[in-house]
Design a protein. Sequence first.
Lengths: 264, 377
Amino acid sequence: MTAIVLGAVAYDAKVVPIWEGFKAHFESHGLAFDFVLYSNYERQVAAQLRGELDLAWNSPLAWIQTQRAAPDRARAIAMRDTDRDLTSVVLVRAGSGPGSGAVQTAADLRAVGVGAADSPQATLIPLLALADAGARVEVVHHDVLVGKHGDHVGGERDAVVALLAGMVDAACVLDANRLAFARDGLFAPGELRVLLQTAPYDHCNVTALTDTPAIARFRELLLAMSYDDPVVRPLLDMEGLTRWLPGRTSGYALLERAVDARPR
Amino acid sequence: MLDLGELGLDEGAHLLIKRALARDRTVTVTGTSPTLAIDLPAWCRTRGHALERRPDGYAITAGPDRWRGAERAGGDAPVAHPPARWGLAARGALVEAGAPELDLPLAVWADEAARLYAQAAAAQWDPATAIPWDAPASHPDEVEDAVVQIMTYLIENETAALLVPVRFLGKLHPQFREVMQLLAIQAADEARHIEVFTRRARLRRRELGLSTASGQASLATLFDEREFAVAAMLLAVLGEGSFLSLLWFVRDHAPDACTREVARLAAQDEARHVAFGLAHLAHQLAADPPLRGRLAAAIERRHAALAHTAGLNEEVFDALVVLAAGGWQPSAVRRGHAAVVALSREMDDGRRLRLGRLGFSPGDAARLSSLHTRNFM
């Protein structure tokens, strides 16, 4: 039996054990499965469009790129529970509040620190929200691993560091990363405040361009993975989810707008 | 209903929520932290908890529980056959399912292990201060040479006494915590003995003494045993037991205070090692009576393996005679020789006594004791 092939982007060393674990899981359930790792989403998208991949574990931006190139064929077949309804926040220094003579509204911002240029959560979507709020800002990129679409958290962290150092007036981060950075002690409680929160949006999905029994079986096995299964649980923990959900495409409108608004 | 007050999720509020969710599957949370409306959805999303905004607050319903299927790794007393899936978990801990299996197959127990460990921990001594290294000495050069030879031999034996149990320790299941601790502190004891014997040997001499092929052959057979109980029998009950008599002999005939203390303190530790070996074997024999036959067979096997060697370690024997004689006058040598012969008898008596305590008949004990290596250990 020919193996079904999935593409994934190696944004971190843990991507290897994650997909080796999934591979073992699928094979133990009789599905011949293999994966190919890419160094960036653009190459992965191109490979899937050329028909070299049955499935692609795509960032939201890679999904839009694929969907726009193959609108009649692209399907989001599954996503993590943690891929739904994310928001990003624009952080400013707490001292820059009302009465400080500094940043009070988005319109007061001059330099804004963002993550990697291709990060939906730390760059594209928050910049759209700032533009919608009337801000005309100088964008300071913190490009860590461009091509990974912000999967690597380093760019967001660097943006916060720049904010704390006074190099920028604001920093754009994923809502959950604000909590993670606070827990790591990157900033003290009350040191930064949230100036703006974006509307909710969706993140990654497993993208298919064809519909075969093997893909249907893959999706069935994926959705059946249970956090109660001690063999599967470490894989879900590493991949950052507690259950797989059916894919939905209603949560990408904001990013579509951001992509279209992006200066070329 | 859980009121977080001003406490934010970036300040530890999640602890209160987790505590509440441990009691009730659904908890309504309120609070006045300025970022609560941002943080709660983000936190719930990453934890797999469902969140619903209601007029009276945020209703959080617990997501999947990673502790489902967790099991206790035993209790107060160790489980006889602990599974590999408990890994390194402390005995009595609640172990999450799915932890990696660790190949630590060895089960060793003795009820006395905890008491012996506590005793060992309390009896640790500092070689730098416990030994009178500067004590005056006026014995002849030949007696000093004998001390150096005896120390050289003791170091070799203590090296075996360190390495043999440690090889088992590396396979011991952590369920047997007290035994693990005891074997570790025994290894530390041996490390200290090796230090003080070496330091005593080099106190007045640049070079150490002789290491014989037969002595090494005898110790090498200890590394062949795969069963802990058998190794404990050969090393602790027979070997270290005889070693204890030897250390007392050195203590009683020491030419200076430094040598006396070195032997006395080492003997104190070795007595515990013998006690543990006996306690473990008594425990094991009660559960596995055929072990007695395997122990006897191992003694016979070792005797056969060593039959082709010179047997008695003459260099050590002679050094002990000189030590006990204290000089070269014929009358002193006669006295020293008699003392070493008496030592051999005393070692044999001790071995027979310990074998008897393990349930061997007087006849079997006498026969097996006579088969013990003439290299003492």
